[in-house]
Design a protein. Structure first.
Lengths: 153, 153, 153, 153, 153, 153, 153, 153
């Protein structure tokens, strides 16, 4: 089973992204979690991303706040599907991160989800939908998850 | 090879989404293209979406403007990865569509791309990245496409 | 006397919508209150909405947050007047919900009120104005309510 | 059959609101159309609105641009359901009108529709849904209209 | 010496407007302070405003929140200079009030100041500048106030 | 009779402000019109503003675009009432100018009107309302102007 | 070694700007820190700024909130590079300050950084980059600082 | 005399940035102009930026639109002062680029100027102010330029 790579730009993003990691845990999907800033450690980011391959990983989830370059920079260095999560916070409360992630120029795609923890959950679920294309077990679990949504909350 | 489903909410969205269809054509990927409004023809939409399966399709691209419910409604009726494209236009020029697509509540994921034609192109490329996970040929073509970006434009 | 149907997309919307339910109680108008998410339980929503009829109900009040598809989806499944209430909250504090509800494409109308609890109160009052068209008692009570506004607050 | 009152704040609003008047014409519903500014002719507005009654009218559609006080002022002077249409235009392209109409303080309800001509169409349709509560013919025509939406556009 | 009329739309606006009343007190200028909602008590507002005259009053300060019609409605009923103060609060934190006050259509002027308590202070100072045109004492005090600004804060 | 000083920050602002100058002409009120940028010619601005006095002038109308410092700088250098007009244009279409003018910190008041030509008209009318406090003729003309608004447009 | 001039418009801006002063301290760079409002004390500001020279100072950091004229006014009175810091706070949380600082009309440049304390830090670092052009020691320390970013936070 | 490096992310940005290049030409300052996208050609960008040094260059001007990562990525790879220019265009008309450039996280500074051609001019002038710190000739020319602004426009 392929893994998911999860990168956030700052330690302070951990709390929001964790809601997504819980989903991956719940589905029994393995992930590598890294804190690497695109702006403060471009070499470290490049090193990590160039180690990712479509043969071992199914998607990259990248979360960042403010002028959130991380998801776009990752997408420019890999051919894996990249899912961007704008982090809530700062004076603009994540609208800056949203625009920085979703308004990618043509040629380098990022699939952006909602600002904050809800987005982190959906980023995980989108990665799982991608895995489910070729993994019957994940597909089955997604089906059960969707049923639980109808009752639960 | 799996297909991509492409749905827009209105005939007037065709021009913007076509930039994405060109990409799929260029990569030799088959797609089904439909104009179905989530608000004006919910039954028609449900009928089309329930015919899609992870065994035959790799992703759904859904483009809509204004209070753009289409991508979210599609995502609620399938387990395929859904990529939303906010259409440019109207008094708010697509910011309404952006918020209606990207701010999905947790549980039902949509990967949102940029407003308008740039977004349509990237939606196609994101679908291709998903296909490339299991399709060497698409992966190879993505690699070439990326090289062309460095020179080309 | 006809009833009012009140639907919210999430349990967490209850507190805001309750200000509107109090108004309906005060006016002695019966309502059915449901928590059903358009995205997480589309079938449940469809089942409930298809049971509503202009012969038994005067209006539907639908409250939802973020990419708030609920009011529009309800309006696409009934011919009753639908009043949308954007819920306050999330990173955008309800602006996303406002745009998702008020910017409906032509053909499927929703009457949108203010974000949050003030909107919930006005949604109830708008439903009561609709009922007052054919109900002298409600009209009389609306008149008294309006007088009380001039003094009270 | 009751009538609909339609008021706009300025001659320049006519073009946008006409899309809604066409709908009323198409449904064979009578309306009174007035151009009266809430700010420039408050007495004229008051005179017209005080002549409206739930016995003769089913709804008031009020369209205005910029600091659009018209719908709220009308709602403060009648107990009829008021539907507000924010006019597109000016430096803010109607966002000012949207906020001025939709963010009504609690106690005086206005049901707001989308900015511009799409909103005008939906305002008419919302008025028709209100009339359909007690008018079988309008209800039948709304049903046909909805069917036409599924094919037509 | 002429007086200043000060009106706010709701009791909850008192705290913000008080910062402006303190300034008037400090300058020894008399004012009439009223809480009257343009939407909830249009008759009461009209009665109060029609009692104001350029012979007895120098300006009207009108503060309101959300879809803040108050300043514009006052300006439509008097020829006195009207100063509008957008109240901070609600889901949009006063941006709605700002747009509703500042974007007045041509013909009926309102001078708008900043959102919230800072605006209330400046509304008072603007009224005092108007009074200072014909009142040497106020002019002298404004001069001293300005000097104090340079040191103090 | 006192005069009105009218300053804009750039030659390109002339077209918008002229709508206000026409009003002053129509009322037979004299004005001095200057093009002086607060940023490009601070000394020239200071020289002009320090020549203004409450004994000879009734108000200053200051129009500027983008980071529109002009009205605030003028208000910091005179005790006359200052009316700010945000100019429409640029990438943000005048929202930047609006915020730069209306959000003055406490202590230095500017009365802001709408963005663009409508604002210029209302700036002139607000200056005239100030003059009308002590000038019966202007007051009479304002009365007639208001009557004309009710019919005219 | 040249100094950096740091000016904020209000005492309340001190807390945010201090994060930048710490950076200057850490790098052993001297600075003059002043609280002078462009609106409340234009003469005091002019006096301070005219004492600055490219021979003694390398840059001016100017922080202000709301209608933040300070950085632009400073830039109009000196030929030194000016770095503007929009202060977080008020009803618009600093967006007003951002627009007032970054949208400078052509001819008078200000380099704007992020809203609030993050911006203050980066303003200091930008001043240090300017100093590093001719100061080997600062350049060496910037290099070390950048290395520390990659590890720590 | 040191040079200025000027980079834009796309050929379509040329027209806007040229207003800044004219300024550099006018001042007789040499520059290297490159079109390199941070997202489409990260390696090419890295190669160019790593060739820049404080010994040969005084500043980097980086212009980009939409999710404008270019200025931040450049700033992360050099210690030179980086000036960012948000390009006007796209559905959000440059607000996305503005937020992506100005809201840099702490540690990696970018000095942002206005959206579009005005910003390009000011970016050049800011680079010239930096050069003027150590270059008497540029300082003299800036002085003359400033004088011309007072008359000229």
């Amino acid at each position: 089973m392929k893994k998911v790579a999860v990168i956030v730009g700052s330690k302070s993003d951990k709390e929001q992204i964790e809601k997504g990691l819980h989903i991956l845990d719940k589905f029994g999907v393995q992930y590598e979690f890294k804190v690497i800033s695109a702006h403060r450690d471009p070499e470290g980011l490049h090193e990590f991303v160039s180690g990712l391959s479509p043969d071992t990983h199914a998607a990259v989830i990248a979360g960042a706040g403010m002028a959130a370059a991380l998801p776009g920079v990752v997408a420019s260095q890999t051919l894996l599907p990249v899912i961007g999560v704008p982090m809530k916070g700062g004076a603009l409360n994540g609208v800056d991160a949203l625009y920085s992630i979703v308004q990618m120029p043509k040629g380098v795609p990022v699939g952006c989800v909602a600002i904050g923890a809800s987005g982190a959950v959906n980023a995980a679920l989108l990665a799982l939908r991608i895995m489910a294309l070729t993994d019957e077990e994940v597909r089955e679990k997604l089906w059960q998850y969707r049923q639980s949504l109808k009752e639960g909350k």
